[in-house]
Design a protein around this ligand. Structure first.
Ligand SMILES: NC(=O)c1ccc[n+]([C@@H]2O[C@H](COP(=O)([O-])OP(=O)(O)OC[C@H]3O[C@@H](n4cnc5c(N)ncnc54)[C@H](O)[C@@H]3O)[C@@H](O)[C@H]2O)c1
Ligand SMILES: [Zn+2]
Length: 351
């Protein structure tokens, strides 16, 4: 299956079991013969898939270099970016050479950021290997790096030249990371597609994975095409994230994974939406049923006052607003802008 994303630069996304082996042939259509390529990966993923990717690229005549950083979010920092720049500079990479990001969202965000900035921009290919990266972070062109003061505080919009999604790579992914990605998959169903939601609810996940990933990527494609630089429609992707982010922060990014926090945030939004007469009654229960199937949490003991007090104000707005994503029903969503005080009264608490 293949999709084309039509943003400032258009690119293809291929979703196919085993497609990782086609990286050489696919790259040969985009880059000059003999170009240099740096495979950026982490210490878990490079031993699993590095050889296949390297062999395929070398077989198509590219000159391959590898760089692996210690796996985990803690590596998503400038010292790692500097090391990537070092390898590129020492090996005299030029603008006609390229980077391949082989790994999860941490790898994609950093390899993408290095590509966006080295020589003011070289091209890169995404080969996402976590479910979260396959359905979310590898599509849309957001790249970035964390600062000690906060996550993703520095970054750039830089669209990839190609995205190769091989669902077979998920076979080695630890279960908790798989569930984490399912949180985002369920989110796509909630905001845009009753059909996807039903598929996720009823499916035998192993057999339907390619199809499910395709549906998610297609939704993200549509949203990103309408709002490449994140000023409106793209906010819908934040369903469950307003309270989810607050919970992640309250637990210092340690107790809850991103998908787990989003799962709890989605249930909360559906419940408050129902109580306010905005969301179709029964929606929260439907979300709970599907979250249970994928071993995701449904609630948290943190007080609502603390959660509301921790919600971040919109990055882009100079005012005091919070953009809350609410559901009319499964598959239909909209953004409601509120002040923190309005959000508190919407949830029935006083700050
Ligand atoms: N750019 C965006 O639009 C966007 C969107 C969402 C999230 N993100 C970012 O993505 C990051 C999280 O991504 P993630 O959850 O993929 O984290 P990750 O890249 O750290 O991967 C999670 C873990 O799985 C391991 N792994 C990856 N693929 C594997 C495989 N196939 N088999 C075995 N192990 C494998 C990794 O080594 C790591 O230990 C965060 O930094 C977040 O900010 C970016
Ligand atoms: Zn998310």
């Amino acid at each position: 299956m293949e999709l084309t994303v039509r943003t400032s630069k258009s690119y293809k996304i291929m979703i196919e079991r085993g497609c990782i082996k086609q990286i050489g042939a696919r790259a040969a259509k985009l880059f000059r013969p003999g170009a240099k390529v740096l495979i950026v990966s982490d210490t878990n993923v490079l031993p699993l898939y590095g050889a296949q990717v390297t062999d395929a690229l070398t077989g198509s005549g590219f000159s391959c270099f590898q760089f692996a950083f210690p796996a985990g979010e803690l590596s998503k920092r400038f010292s790692t970016i500097e090391s990537i720049y070092g390898v590129l500079a020492e090996n005299r990479f030029t603008r006609s050479d390229f980077i391949v990001a082989l790994g999860g969202g941490v790898t994609g965000d950093m390899a993408g950021f290095a590509a966006a900035t080295f020589l003011r921009g070289i091209r890169f290919i995404q080969i996402p290997t976590t479910l979260l990266a396959q359905v979310d972070s590898s599509v849309g062109g957001k790249t970035g790096v964390d600062l000690p003061q906060g996550k993703n505080l520095v970054g750039a919009f830089h669209q990839p030249a190609l995205v190769l999604i091989d669902p077979d790579t998920l076979s080695t992914l630890p279960l908790r990371y798989f569930s984490d990605g399912m949180g985002e998959v369920i989110k796509y169903g909630c905001i845009k597609s009753r059909a996807l939601f039903d598929l996720v609810q009823s499916s035998d996940i192993q057999n339907d994975m390619e199809n499910i990933i395709f549906c998610c990527v297609d939704i993200k494609r549509q949203v990103v095409e309408q709002d490449e630089f994140d000023t409106g429609e793209r906010m819908l992707l934040n369903f469950g994230h307003t309270f989810g982010h607050a919970l992640e922060k309250l637990y210092h990014f340690e107790r809850l994974s991103h998908g787990e926090a989003v799962a709890i945030g989605m249930v909360m939004m559906a419940k408050y939406g129902e109580a306010a007469g905005i969301t179709l009654p029964g929606t929260a229960d439907e979300i709970i049923t599907v979250l249970k199937k994928y071993h995701l949490p449904l609630e948290d003991e943190t007080s609502l006052e603390r959660i509301v007090a921790t919600t971040a104000l919109d990055k882009k707005s100079s005012g005091e607003s919070i953009s809350l994503v609410l559901l009319n029903e499964i598959g239909s969503s909209f953004v409601k802008k509120l002040t923190r005080r309005e959000l508190a009264s919407f949830c029935g608490v006083t700050l």
